[in-house]
Design a protein around this ligand. Structure first.
Ligand code: FAD
Ligand code: NAG
Ligand code: NAG
Ligand code: NAG
Ligand code: NAG
Ligand code: NAG
Ligand code: NAG
Length: 628
């Protein structure tokens, strides 16, 4: 017996060992068993799988629907940010008709590759404020406050500060204590900034938005240089595949299989009226290929992202029973919160093209071949110059308090009255989708009591201004009150679910966008930005637009900042939660969610640094559960 077992384990080791070239992966065998089955190898999936496989006696497989990338320049060189949206590395899904806007759909770009969103994203790296996480804890999630997450923010990064010579009074500086020194992701700054960034900071400062020297402390609203997930030595993207997979290539118990679209979670014990036990998952290369099965000895861990994780739960019978019944899917666990509480940072792209002829802008890379050739050459030879730079590295995250004095009184009165708890708050659940049940409505009330007081504080950024140094001042809501849904429309796992973000369906979100455009106006009229000769109105906007005109214009412009989250929220069950503070799906013994789906409230930041930190913490929670 012992010899046969040894023989079998050797055979299995051979079969399941990571092959010698990531480009050349074998088919997975028909059925295999691992300790942990991770679904989706984006940021959260790779972090969790890499950490769990640190124990050599634990076997881990991560199944990814998309392919491995091929180290393309379009992925690795910052200049090509945006290039792979709509490519073979994008799911290419769209929203439902946004009737609250202009009735049209919008794209929902989503990474589909080993590395997930980190392969195609904008390389922006920030964390938001301490209270973003203190709110998570106060919503009923012990262990998820800022102080609990800070060690994991640090664990995921190696931070390398750089100092830009000549940025008048605006040094990029940092607080060493809040940064990591030896984590997998390289976090630093591009070796270039556009000189008009100086004008940008001066304009913000003049209007009372101070410069924040190290935003990663999470204590202020203001203007700052955005860091990036970038290798400082060669100015290339430092994404999840290159940081949590490639360096561990050859670790025998860490298996990543691309082209493996998970179609269903398998459960045992379905009829014994006790908790559900996940036994594995079913997957296939595509709709036409045969389904295969992989079994989990210990846990199934969902990391398919905030759109596909709720889709997979619903397909597997875990979700709102009315929805499942309508599709004849047997209800394994009625959980009204699955696919609800969808939050996103909606944004409006606003362009006031700078016309000062003495100015060089990032647009030149697209319009002037000589300039672009020089920039390409400089990048390839010395890793400096415009090709290293994100279009936006000087940004603003103002609070409502900071902008109030600069915007028309009618707008600030509107904001103040919306914010005051006395008026309207009791019926704000009326803005929720009609499908939200009583638990989700209670949960939303609790979210509002955490959020509204913070939105009145000077330290809470209400929105982001993405300054591209050529006249684009895109604005994006950081703490949306609008909530949407992700719902399957068929029991077939391959069509996309109905994604309804319902951006700006809440009047406070819309009022904040109106205020943001008016504050843009004030910024452009400061001497330091006026010097760049912006066109003071975006194309199509008249000199003194009525507020109805502005709202209509905003409605047509709203789209996503790519920060989908909240669709399997960590919250008490009676508040519409889907997972508890240990990330276990309610009613299950061994099914966890570790991706952006679990954020009960979207933090006021781009989400990737958060996705790494949350998954780092998740891995520790799972390791601790094993030792119990
Ligand atoms: C275009 C774009 C730009 C962005 N810009 C920034 C930025 O500049 N800064 C920032 O901080 N954040 C940015 N983000 C957001 C950030 O990248 C995401 O929040 C982050 O990747 C989320 O991590 P995740 O692990 O939850 O999901 P993902 O990284 O999306 O990973 C989910 C993975 O699961 C896979 N998957 C899905 N369904 C299945 C299935 N059924 N079976 C198997 N696999 C499946 C997907 O293919 C994907 O690889 C951007 C996102 C996009 C799309
Ligand atoms: C793995 O198992 C072997 C044999 O039981 C044991 O000697 C070793 O210490 C284990 N490793 C870890 C990291 O637990
Ligand atoms: C997304 O669209 C691009 C361009 O049409 C295509 O090459 C790619 O295969 C599509 N992605 C998926 C997952 O279908
Ligand atoms: C950039 O540098 C890192 C760290 O030295 C290295 O691992 C990576 O291969 C380099 N990438 C490119 C594209 O040169
Ligand atoms: C194009 O770029 C080159 C090199 O920087 C510069 O000399 C030239 O003036 C630019 N042309 C125009 C039309 O701006
Ligand atoms: C909420 O109450 C206010 C004041 O009574 C009213 O004007 C508003 O229309 C109500 N909103 C909704 C969505 O019911
Ligand atoms: C154009 O920009 C230059 C450099 O910033 C500045 O010196 C000049 O005054 C600007 N022109 C106008 C008309 O403001």
């Amino acid at each position: 017996m012992a010899t046969i077992a040894l023989y079998l384990s050797l055979l299995f080791a051979l079969l399941y060992t990571v092959p010698s070239s990531a480009q050349d992966l074998p088919q997975t065998p028909a059925t295999a068993t691992y300790d942990y089955v991770v679904v989706g190898c984006g940021i959260a999936g790779l972090v969790t799988a890499m950490r769990l496989s640190e124990d050599e006696n634990v076997s881990v497989v991560c199944l990814e629907a998309g392919p491995f990338d091929h180290y393309e320049d379009s992925i690795q060189i910052p200049q090509f940010i945006g290039h792979d949206i709509g490519s073979i590395y994008d799911w290419n899904v769209t929203t439902t008709l946004q009737t609250q806007l202009d009735g049209a759909t919008r794209p929902i770009p989503l990474g589909r590759a080993v590395g997930g969103g980190s392969i195609i994203n904008g390389m922006v790296w920030n964390r938001g404020n301490q209270d973003d996480y203190n709110s998570w804890q106060s919503l009923g999630n012990p262990g998820w406050a800022w102080d609990d997450l800070l060690p994991y923010f640090k664990k995921s990064e190696t931070f390398t500060p750089i100092f830009y010579e000549g940025v008048a009074q605006q040094p990029v500086t940092f607080v060493p204590d809040v940064h990591g020194r030896d984590g997998p992701v390289s976090v630093s700054y591009p070796n270039y900034y556009w000189p008009q960034t100086d004008n940008w900071f001066r304009a913000l400062n003049q209007l009372g938005v101070a410069t924040v020297y190290d935003p990663d402390e999470g204590t202020a609203a203001g203007g700052y240089f955005l860091a990036s997930d970038i290798q400082p030595n060669n100015q290339t993207r430092s994404d999840a595949r290159r940081t949590y997979y490639d360096p561990f290539f050859g670790r025998r118990n860490y298996n990543v299989f691309p082209n493996s679209h998970v179609t269903r979670i398998l459960f045992g014990n379905q009829n014994d009226h006790v908790s559900l036990h996940a036994t594995g998952v079913e997957y296939a290369a595509d709709a036409a290929s045969p389904r295969q099965t992989v079994l989990a000895r210990r846990e199934v861990i969902l990391a398919a992202g905030a759109i596909h994780t709720p889709q997979l739960l619903q397909l597997s019978g875990v979700g709102p029973s009315a929805l499942l019944n309508s599709l004849n899917i047997p209800v394994a666990q009625d959980l009204p919160g699955v696919g609800r509480n969808l939050q996103d940072h909606c944004l409006v792209y606003v362009n006031y093209p700078y016309q000062n002829q003495s100015l060089t802008t990032p647009n030149e890379c697209n319009t002037n071949a000589t300039f672009n050739d020089e920039a390409a050459n400089e990048y390839r030879t010395s890793k400096t110059g415009p090709w290293t730079a994100m279009p936006s590295n000087g940004v603003g995250f103002p609070s409502l308090q900071q902008i109030m004095p600069q915007i028309p009184p009618a707008t600030s009165e509107d904001l103040v009255s919306l914010l005051s708890a006395a008026q309207g708050r009791e019926n704000w659940t009326a803005y929720l989708p009609s499908t939200y049940d009583a638990s989700l409505r209670r949960g939303y009330e609790v979210q509002l009591s955490a959020l509204l007081p913070r939105l009145s504080q000077n330290i809470t950024p209400a929105y982001e201004i993405l300054n591209n140094n050529a006249g684009v001042l895109t604005v994006s809501i950081m703490h949306p009150l609008s909530r949407g849904t992700v719902e399957i429309t068929t029991s077939d796992p391959f069509p996309q679910p109905a994604i309804d973000p319902r951006w700006a369906s809440h009047p406070l979100d819309m009022a904040t966008l109106v205020a943001a455009l008016q504050f843009n106006d004030a910024l452009l009229h400061t001497p330091s930005l006026a010097e760049l000769q912006p066109s003071f109105k975006p194309a199509g906007v008249p000199q003194s637009p009525s507020s109805a005109f502005l709202r209509d214009w905003i409605n047509r412009g709203i789209r996503t900042e790519f920060h989908y989250s909240g669709t399997a929220a960590m919250a008490p069950l009676e508040h519409g939660g889907v997972v508890g503070a240990n990330l276990l799906v309610y009613g299950t013994t061994n099914l966890r969610v570790v991706d952006t789906s679990v954020y009960p409230l979207v933090p006021g930041a781009h989400l990737q640094a958060v996705a790494y930190a949350v998954a780092e913490k998740a891995a520790d929670i799972i390791k601790a559960a094993r030792e119990e």
